[in-house]
Design a protein around this ligand. Structure first.
Ligand code: PMP
Length: 433
């Protein structure tokens, strides 16, 4: 042993095969660019306004209260007060009885809920259908589990009357969707309301997906983190409530989105025990547990919301109302500079068409970087405004067809949106002078 050189370096490859091809991540680059150059960051999806006072109060109470056990481990699959109130809440939403211990599991944000689903259900060789554009982590998560993602894009139809497009104008082609299902399909990921488009799937669209799931005996991983963020009187429909779907659906939610507290990383899954038992196995053997004190405060937040359900004081009623105004502000600002926003029916994201700006952005010689990436980088560096290129939300094969758009997040203080407006107005003047 002593004869070995002291600093013998490892020479064998260290990376596990499951990480092949998934090491690139848009957020690392764009978060860095935004912190370095941007004056106004409408890139990453998080509110810059405070979480509601009642939630902060609940956390303070839990932290300094008499129950010092809130600083210790709690039940692995969810702090009992939180799973109980989530079960009560979802009983109301789904119109079915739920057992808090077997039909609900708390996770470290919706992110870990997704990870648990792919690890629990996807085997080598299984295919998972992902609807494009999609929240970018679905693809690497499917691959890490050994599965093959199969992509199907929503196709935009421009409105004939010259009006601004709506996220509702982006639709799945029923025949194309049906052609992706086969004996190899294990699951489909549905994200309604959809990040990045803001599309809220209609009952008809959900029925189409549900029919295919039942016909091909496929699971549905239903990412509903933006369930309360729907606008213009639209309704979020839960696919688990359609015939034949409860038994094959895992609903995923997030306190981060629901209560504007993304840093707390409290999420949940709701579904039948026959599915959730396998999520518990993954959770138990990976993360095991999510911060007790955050779960306690979220439980209190839900108890309040249960009492105020559907009433004007409910945060789930107030938040979308405020966000709709913010959406409309941003739409006006973007239209002023010549971008064409696609009006989102839900979420706090807005995608805008930037095809009119090609002459503003210098070509980069010998670069195959798509136009939306070049535009977003140029806008951060030259205008101080950060947004995310839409093609980041597409598979490699389909990216090339969607490079004329960028995504903004409008869950921001009025002052932030005003500052964005100032940048856009100044830009407009420069363009016209
Ligand atoms: N799903 C979607 C569609 C999201 O947009 C996000 C967050 N951006 C998540 C899941 C992850 O949520 P959480 O922060 O609760 O982990």
């Amino acid at each position: 042993f002593l004869s070995l050189p002291l600093q013998a370096k490892m020479s064998r490859p260290v990376q596990a095969r499951r990480l092949d091809g998934i090491d690139k991540n848009i957020w690392v680059e764009f978060v860095k660019l935004a912190t370095t150059y941007s004056k106004v960051n409408l890139g990453q999806g998080f509110p810059d306004f405070p979480a509601p006072a009642f939630l902060q109060e609940a956390l303070r109470g839990a932290l300094g209260g008499e129950n010092h056990m809130l600083h210790q481990y709690t039940r692995a699959f969810g702090h009992p007060p939180l799973v109980k109130v989530l079960a009560q809440f979802f009983e109301k939403l789904l119109g079915r009885e739920l057992d808090p211990m077997t039909n609900v599991m708390v996770t470290v944000g919706a992110y870990q809920a997704l990870f648990c689903c792919f690890q629990a259900f996807v085997d080598e060789g299984d295919e998972v259908i992902i609807i494009e554009p999609f929240f970018d982590c679905y693809e690497p998560m499917v691959k890490m589990a050994g599965g093959t993602p199969v992509f199907v894009p929503m196709r935009p139809k421009a409105p004939k009357d010259g009006k601004l497009m709506s996220s509702a104008d982006w639709q799945l082609d029923p025949a194309e969707l049906a052609s992706k299902f086969s004996a190899k399909t294990k699951a489909i990921v549905l994200n309604s309301p959809n990040n990045p488009l803001g599309k809220v799937f209609s009952r008809g669209e959900l029925e189409l997906i549900a029919e295919l799931c039942v016909k091909h005996d496929v699971l549905c991983i239903s990412d509903e983190v933006y369930e309360w963020l729907v606008y213009d009187g639209r309704q979020h429909i839960r696919i688990a409530s359609l015939p034949g779907m409860w038994d094959r659906t895992v609903i995923i939610g997030s306190a981060g989105k629901t209560f504007s507290a993304t840093g707390w990383k409290v999420g949940w899954t709701v579904g039948p025990d026959r599915l959730l038992q396998h999520l518990r196995t993954v959770h138990q053997n990976s993360v095991y547990h999510c911060a007790t004190i955050a779960q306690e405060a979220v439980a209190q937040g839900f108890q309040r919301e249960l009492m105020l359900f559907g009433k004007p004081d409910s945060y789930f009623v107030q938040l979308p109302r405020e966000l709709q105004q913010k959406r409309d502000l941003l739409v006006q600002s973007l239209v002023a500079v010549g971008m064409k926003p696609i009006i989102p029916e839900g979420t706090y994201f807005l995608v805008a068409d930037i095809s009119e700006f090609k002459s503003d952005v210098p070509d980069v010689p010998n670069s195959d970087e798509p136009y939306d990436y070049r535009f977003a980088k140029w806008m951060i560096k030259n205008k101080g405004l950060a947004a995310i290129p839409l093609s980041a939300f597409y598979s490699e094969a389909h990216k090339g067809s969607y490079t004329n758009f960028i995504r903004f997040c409008f869950a921001k203080e009025e002052a932030t949106l005003k500052a964005a407006n100032d940048i856009l107005q100044k830009w407009k003047q420069e363009k016209t002078s």
